[in-house]
Design a protein around this ligand. Structure first.
Ligand code: SPV
Ligand code: MG
Length: 670
């Protein structure tokens, strides 16, 4: 595709403004002349070949074009009798450079906005810009239109006519017809009319569609009055703001293409989604917020980068009030739809517009995303993420996983609610559920090798951080090895409970014989673990069983402060009461002296308390320790009984997930 710009004329009606250079070099803003704006848009549309006809001040014009340093290759063709002919003859002079290609043709005094030019370039058919909303001009071009096709162009037509501007896309077959007729005109000495006079003779074979620009800027400048009007429209365009939000930490060519398109609508402001918002709806960002900001700041066409704290655009839109919001049209459905609906209603509050470009699924993106996930799953990338999430969100949640399958549920389950997406932050490898899955009691019978095997199964198919239930931690001499192994595997936190001897599950409480370890011994175990670990990020959490064993609040608090003093990175307080009062009392008393050390709770019994309330009270980790196992067991038992009752599986089918669904549950690759 080539651009043809007709610049042979002088523009006498501009007066002194054209006394030293051709009209196209008239300034229309601080940064542009008519011509520099045209050339910039041509270059940014990816067109590289420009044929320009010249006449008046041709040398000045050629030098000026070269001085703009745009990535364009020019062919200048001077009309030697520019003062005695019209541009039909200039085109004739340039004919050898205009063969066998699609042509974007424009008069040199035409100023149009980016979106108009984009539509012309993208048109599948030959087209001319017209306006269905502007009144018919007295002296300028009008097009006679039937069924969306242009039949005649000239200043003399008023019937069935629309205001028209000399900006065309001419597909090569149509252009060959028109150019042929231009040649016939010029060779029979008909050189003083418009090129459109030649078109009018062949419009049945040169099929030009209308492209309705309505009120968008697409104006010729003939007089100083025209210049004033166009300059103020250009100023308005240059002050327009465009807003886009990015959550991605991998930028690919598709993003750059949409940023380019958006920047053509006005000053582009990019909202970069906070780490917390990204982690809540997608995955933990590999590139932290600050780096994602500087990535965006360094992309050509981006004027300003701001933080977008939430998935919702509302806060930023109300404060920035951009003229446009740009997004791919993929968000019309799926989990982003509520976010889009809110954008539409906030834009309506002040008259902003939503521009949606067709979304093309980029395979490269999928591949990059898959690689990012694979990286997140690696031990070094996974281990420190729990600490970061606690720092970022204040309170995180974790759900039990005891196999690859339950790991996938923890990894992939998301819920959309009130425009927000919820998912689990981490996984809890429970001793109770790991033992139960193996049909064994929760008494440290399943050995560490087997427990590590479970971790490995989960890690193979997930990326989220893991909290390991380390029971009592065993002998201190053994615990130091456990710490090093867990750390090496990429586990984020081990929780050990201050019990000794034969451990039984805490939910038995005092119904079974259980012995609490001494503060001294347990502190020594914590210290030994902390000394053994190699990375800063790995966390050892001390779990206090005083409330379970009914030793009282004072004992629980004394232990909590002692264990934190011995280096525990977090404190877990456990209770088997339905009433959360004792948990709340502990949290309040602990927090009055220790504001920092994260507090962990397992609300199996006191399950009426929401995460929001725990957060408000100063709890940092909420673990749903056994619900997947407890829900799966009765479901499986029911199906087994149904089959036995009916002597066949038909009746059980409605209780089961369809095979077609279960096979899609397991990803081919993570
Ligand atoms: C586990 O899930 O194994 C626990 C938590 O240790 S609890 O069962 O509540 O003791
Ligand atoms: Mg346990």
């Amino acid at each position: 595709m080539k651009a043809l710009i007709l610049n042979s004329g002088l523009g006498h009606r501009m007066g002194v403004l054209t006394s030293e250079h051709p009209k196209c070099m008239t300034e229309i803003s601080n940064k542009d002349t008519i011509l520099s704006r045209q050339l910039r848009l041509i270059a940014s549309a990816g067109i590289t070949e420009v044929v320009m006809t010249t006449g008046y001040f041709d040398e000045i014009l050629v030098n000026y074009c070269n001085s703009l340093n745009l990535p364009l290759h020019y062919t200048f063709v001077k009309n030697p009798i520019y003062d005695k002919t019209n541009y039909i003859y200039s085109i004739y002079c340039a004919r050898e450079f205009l063969q066998d290609d699609d042509i974007i043709m424009m008069h040199g005094d035409l100023v149009f906005e980016e979106s108009v030019f984009d539509d012309v370039v993208a048109s599948q058919y030959s087209c001319m810009t017209v306006s269905s909303t502007l009144p018919l001009p007295e002296k300028d071009f009008k097009a006679v239109v039937h069924n969306g096709m242009i039949e005649k162009v000239g200043i003399e037509f008023f019937t069935d006519a629309m205001a028209a501007q000399p900006l065309y896309k001419l597909c090569r077959e149509d252009w060959a017809v028109w150019l042929g007729e231009i040649c016939s005109f010029c060779e029979s000495d008909n050189r003083k009319c418009y090129a459109e006079n030649a078109f009018n003779q062949v419009s049945d074979r040169c099929r030009i569609h209308t492209l309705d620009v309505k009120n968008a800027l697409c104006n010729e400048i003939d007089t100083p009055e025209d210049l004033a009007v166009v300059a103020s429209r250009v100023a308005e365009l240059e002050n327009r703001t465009v807003y886009m939000c990015f959550s991605t930490d991998v930028i690919h060519s598709g993003h750059i293409a949409i940023i380019r398109k958006a920047a053509r609508l006005g000053k582009l402001i990019i909202g970069v989604l906070s780490d917390e918002a990204v982690a809540s709806y997608k995955r933990f960002p590999l590139v932290p917020f600050e780096e994602r900001v500087s990535l965006m700041e360094n992309i050509n066409g981006v004027s300003l980068v701001v933080e977008q704290k939430h998935l919702s655009y509302a806060e930023n839109l109300r404060s920035i009030k951009p003229d446009y919001v740009v997004h791919g049209d993929d968000w019309k459905v799926g989990f982003q739809k509520p976010v889009r609906d809110e954008v539409v209603s906030v834009l309506a509050e002040y008259g902003g517009k939503l521009v949606e470009f067709p979304y093309s699924k980029d395979e490269k993106y999928d591949e990059l995303e898959q690689r990012s996930r694979a990286r997140l799953a690696m031990p070094d990338a996974r281990r420190g993420r729990l600490k970061k999430l606690i720092a970022m969100k204040g309170t995180v949640n974790a759900i039990e996983a005891h196999s690859g399958l339950t790991g996938l549920i923890a990894e992939k389950t998301t819920v959309l609610q009130d425009g927000k997406t919820y998912q689990f932050d981490a996984m809890w490898v429970s001793s109770l559920c790991d033992s139960t899955a193996k049909g064994k009691p929760d008494i440290e019978l399943v050995d560490m090798t087997s427990r590590f095997r479970t971790i490995d199964d989960i890690m193979e198919v997930t990326t989220k951080p893991i909290i390991f239930d380390g029971d009592t931690g065993g002998l201190t001499e053994h615990f130091v090895y456990t710490v090093k192994s867990l750390e090496r595997m990429g586990v984020s936190m081990v929780i050990i409970e201050d019990k000794t001897g034969l451990k039984k599950n805490s939910l038995f409480g005092t119904e079974v014989q259980q012995t609490q370890d001494s503060i001294e011994n347990f502190c020594a175990k914590i210290r030994a673990g902390k000394n053994a670990q190699k990375t800063k990020e790995f966390m050892i959490c001390a779990r206090i069983e005083s409330l379970i064993l009914e030793r009282g609040m004072e004992d629980a608090l004394e232990r909590a402060f002692a264990f934190a003093g011995a280096g525990a990175d977090a404190i877990m307080i456990h209770s088997r009461k339905k009433d959360p009062a004792e948990i709340f009392e502990f949290v309040e008393k602990f927090r009055s002296r220790d504001k920092q050390t994260p507090i962990v709770v397992v609300p199996t019994s006191f399950n009426t308390v929401t995460e929001e309330e725990f957060k408000a009270r100063g709890v940092n980790v909420v673990i749903y320790a056994n619900q997947l196992t407890r829900s799966a067991f009765p479901a499986m038992q029911n199906v087994a009984q149904t089959i036995l009752t009916n002597h066949r599986a038909k009746e059980a089918d409605d209780l089961c997930m369809p095979i077609s669904k279960i096979i899609t549950l397991i990803p081919e690759e993570m």
